[in-house]
Ligand binder design. Structure first.
Ligand code: ADP
Ligand code: MG
Length: 345
């Protein structure tokens, strides 16, 4: 067979294989876009575990009608423009891949109105075939509608699980986003019924600290009661968040949330450092619970490791390991000595 260039739709579908594993990955990408657009409130409507419908509406900056076709084009992004931008990327997105990927494996609709613009517009994409921009009333912000995920990719569709399972994957993602962004309100509905509302801090005003309420809502009373607040800076980094006192521990690693510069990631290096810090105080086979935010110069961390952006690479991973280990080890030693660190009320 001779060499040929693949059609764009197929290129996008191949990319979708990496970015879109299941409905939860669509929700993740779309909510991240909403956050990058500065949304204060995000509405998430789901049907049948997100397989039938995912509709995400935000009140962020919106997209100009003229730019809607670009938004669904591969490698088109408003977030970076150069290698310097990429090396210091501060947004959750930067690859310009999510929308074209999702649009190539679903019945897709993007409607938006840019701040300051008088009217909204809409663009439909069906299985990767892009339609025409049409006027469409929309409040400021953006709505993305994804129907019948993988309707045109039977091999992928086969791997989707029961509604409950897909929904719980979505809920887990939203929990991790909710922990990171207590300033943003999230409303979720499933099959037409409101299922969860994450109020934003500003709406609560009951005197609890920033994030404390979210922690409580996301991980429950027990975790919150046993949570030790951590906040330590050094070596050009800052580590803050909560660890549960060792007496509160888990049979699996199901309550371990790590964020690097606000991005939820999995990192062996950092989890190893945490495990080591807990090594003396946890029984073998038990797992610590934590919500930790590591902040460092974006130039010290490469986020461009995998299309799904679940992983990062640290320039100085040894330094990061030591910093995390020392910070948590000290925090745990302090509680054992019964001094400064106090559990949350
Ligand atoms: P990326 O997020 O990597 O830039 P995407 O494919 O996810 O790539 O989105 C493409 C572009 O579409 C973004 O760079 C952004 O300009 C625009 N966009 C997507 N979603 C939204 C949204 N909810 N609000 C405003 N702009 C958006
Ligand atoms: Mg994106």
């Amino acid at each position: 067979m001779s060499i040929r260039r693949l059609p764009d739709v197929l290129i996008n579908q191949i990319a979708a294989g990496e970015v879109v594993e299941r409905p939860a990955s669509v929700v993740k990408e779309l909510v991240e876009n909403a956050l990058d657009a500065g949304a204060q409130r995000i509405d998430i409507e789901l049907e049948e575990g997100g397989v039938r419908l995912i509709r995400i509406r935000d009140d962020g900056g919106g997209i100009d009608a003229a730019e809607l076709p670009l938004a669904v084009q591969r490698h088109a992004t408003s977030k970076i423009a150069s290698i310097d931008d990429l090396e210091a990327v501060a947004t959750l997105g930067f690859r310009g891949e999510a929308l074209p990927s999702v649009a190539s494996v679903s019945r897709f609709r993007l409607s938006s109105r840019r701040d300051g613009s008088g009217h909204g517009a809409m663009l439909q994409v069906e299985g990767g075939r892009v339609g025409e921009v049409a006027p469409h009333p929309h409040p400021q912000g953006t709505t993305v509608e994804v129907r019948d995920l993988f309707y045109n990719v039977p091999a992928r569709r086969k791997f989707l699980r029961a509604e409950r399972t897909e929904l719980s994957h979505i809920e887990e993602w939203l929990r991790s986003l909710a922990l990171a962004r207590p300033d943003v309100e999230l409303r979720v509905s499933h099959n037409g019924k409101p299922s969860r509302r994450w109020k934003s801090e500003g709406q609560l005003q009951n005197g609890m600290g920033l994030g404390d309420v979210r922690l409580h809502e996301a991980l429950g009373e027990d975790f919150a009661r046993n949570a030790l607040r951590v906040d330590h800076a050094g070596a050009g980094m800052r580590l803050h968040g909560w660890i549960a006192q060792p007496s509160y521990n888990r049979a699996s690693a199901d309550q371990q949330y790590l964020y690097v510069n606000g991005r939820s990631v999995r990192d062996r290096n950092v989890s190893h450092a945490v495990r080591q810090a807990f090594a003396d105080v946890l029984f073998h086979g038990r797992h610590p619970a934590y919500v930790l935010f590591l902040e460092l110069d974006p130039r010290g961390v490469d986020v461009n490791v995998h299309p799904a952006k679940h992983e990062v690479r640290f320039r100085e991973s040894r330094l990061v390991h030591d910093f995390v280990y020392r910070t948590l080890h000290a925090a745990l030693a302090e509680t054992r000595a019964g001094s400064a660190a106090m559990p949350m009320p």
